[in-house]
Ligand binder design. Structure first.
Ligand SMILES: C[S@@+](CC[C@H](N)C(=O)[O-])C[C@H]1O[C@@H](n2cnc3c(N)ncnc32)[C@H](O)[C@@H]1O
Length: 235
């Protein structure tokens, strides 16, 4: 797949703000399964430095509530102001289990490279995220995962690198988790094709975390990792 929209952004700006595999490319691919329309109110959950919030606003004309835990709201506000988007992106510092929004407030929610930190819990979706979405609205996530489910048997070559809190799983595992929901119906579940390219973009950064991920990706060798894409509609 080509990423014409992501590739149109200043590569230095993107590299300086990446926190993992190129979030814009993950979202560009995932958005092929999302019906985003101008004027919609969208939750960007675990937005990090807000690359995806900028992308959503500029590419789809939506208003974004950019929620993150590790990156504070003032820093993101500054970035959105510099981009001239502070009237359409609202930066919020919040924890994913304590989201400060009304029920059925959002037309859609996306979560890019962050949902695996909290959404692997089997009660998370119905308790914390799905109630915030209007009936008929969509939820889309893209998370690092595995091409196949390993359970406890993570292959030796990658086990030193894959920490338990990574919560890497196959797309079938994620689909099964969401299929237990009473509030959403799964629409798509797949391995996205942006995996290698989005990781390469991240490894090319001089960010210390990117540098330390280079060894992991060498060991992985294109044999195990995936970017899992999942979409569902609120019933
Ligand atoms: C690897 S970064 C990805 C950031 C961004 N989505 C991107 O792809 O560039 C993971 C993000 O998940 C967020 N996160 C992790 N646990 C969270 C939680 N419990 N509540 C809210 N955000 C959380 C972190 O704040 C962090 O910014």
């Amino acid at each position: 797949m080509n990423y014409p929209r992501s590739n149109a952004y200043d590569p230095d700006f993107v590299r300086a703000n990446m926190m993992g595999p190129n979030a814009m490319k993950l979202l560009e691919e995932l958005s092929g399964s999302l019906a985003l329309k101008p004027g919609m109110r969208v939750l960007d959950l675990g937005c990090g430095t807000g690359l995806t919030s900028i992308f959503l606003t500029k590419e789809f004309g939506v208003t974004v509530f950019a929620v993150d835990l590790w990156i504070n709201a003032t820093e993101n506000y500054q970035r959105f102001k510099e981009y001239g988007l502070d009237d359409r992106i609202i930066p919020i510092h919040a924890e994913a289990h304590d989201l400060p929004f009304a029920e059925a407030y959002f037309d859609a929610a996306v979560s890019i490279d962050s949902y695996h930190y909290f959404g692997h819990e089997d009660t998370y979706l119905d308790k914390h995220l799905a109630p915030l979405i209007k009936p008929g609205g969509q939820i889309g996530i893209a998370v690092p995962g595995f091409l196949r489910e390993y359970g406890e048997n993570i292959p030796d070559e990658i086990s030193p690198f894959v920490k338990p809190d990574y919560n890497f799983h196959s797309h079938e595992w994620w689909k099964a988790l969401w299929s237990g929901s009473n509030l959403v119906k799964v629409q798509t579940s797949e391995h996205l094709s942006c995996c290698a390219e989005s990781w390469d973009d991240w490894l090319s950064c001089d960010n210390e975390h990117a540098v330390s991920d280079r060894e992991m990706m060498k060991a992985e060798g294109g044999n195990h990792f995936s970017i899992v894409g999942l979409t569902a509609v609120r019933i």
